[in-house]
Design a protein around this ligand. Structure first.
Ligand SMILES: C[S@@+](CC[C@H](N)C(=O)[O-])C[C@H]1O[C@@H](n2cnc3c(N)ncnc32)[C@H](O)[C@@H]1O
Length: 197
């Protein structure tokens, strides 16, 4: 799969565009936060968050994506820290992040079960999780996202993967138009998550 992503990111265009995800942009996000973007690919969300004045770390295992993240950051006059790592192996440090972001972070079951349960502990008290991912139903839309059902999510699955200890957690299934670069285009079924530790 890593080869698949490196090939996609070898294209000159940004696969999901250079604009941040709409759901992320719709949130009120402060400045001077320590932010972790999981599976951040070419960095459009991380760069957006850095431009708000945050200290951003982007993790992905695709080197080609992280190279484009660095280029995008430079073009926008901001810095982001890029970490090349497999989220199926990575351990998140406890109580470190004010905000964790997972936009279209799709993985096989073993990776999902390794990384998502760590998010609660990795957030500082009061820290926030913002996620948007494709729902299982997205397969019938054919407008982007993974082609294998195991890589998609459902509300029930996310409830199991994310801790129930959050002060507040909202997991909402949404039907909306997604237009992000060449690969996310059209009517879609997504899951939007907002949680506060
Ligand atoms: C659909 S892209 C989303 C990229 C970015 N979040 C965005 O919204 O533009 C999914 C990303 O997950 C990354 N990814 C998949 N499995 C991974 C893993 N095990 N470890 C790290 N990154 C992974 C891929 O390299 C790819 O960049």
């Amino acid at each position: 799969m890593k080869e698949f992503w490196n090939e996609r990111y070898a294209e000159a265009a940004y696969a999901y565009g250079q604009e941040a995800n709409d759901f992320l942009k719709a949130q009120e996000i402060g400045a001077a936060l320590k932010v972790l973007c999981l599976a951040e690919g070419e960095g459009r969300n991380g760069v957006y968050l850095a431009k708000l004045g945050n200290e951003v770390t982007c993790v992905d295992y695709a080197e080609a994506g992280l190279e484009k993240t660095k280029t995008l950051a430079k073009q926008n006059g901001v810095e982001v820290t890029c970490v090349c790592a497999d989220l199926g192996q990575m351990n998140l440090q406890a109580e470190t992040w004010d905000l964790i972001v997972g936009i279209f972070a799709h993985f096989p079951k073993s990776v999902k079960e390794h990384i998502w349960p760590q998010v609660y502990a990795a957030l500082k008290p009061g820290g926030q999780l913002i996620m948007e991912v494709y729902d299982q139903e997205q397969l019938s839309f054919g407008t982007g996202g993974p082609q294998h059902p195991d890589l998609l999510y459902s509300v029930d699955e996310l409830q199991l993967l994310l801790s129930t200890n959050f002060q507040h957690i909202q997991i909402e299934k949404v039907y909306r138009e997604v237009h992000e670069g060449a690969y996310h285009n059209g009517a879609s079924a997504t899951l939007q998550v907002l949680a506060v530790k």
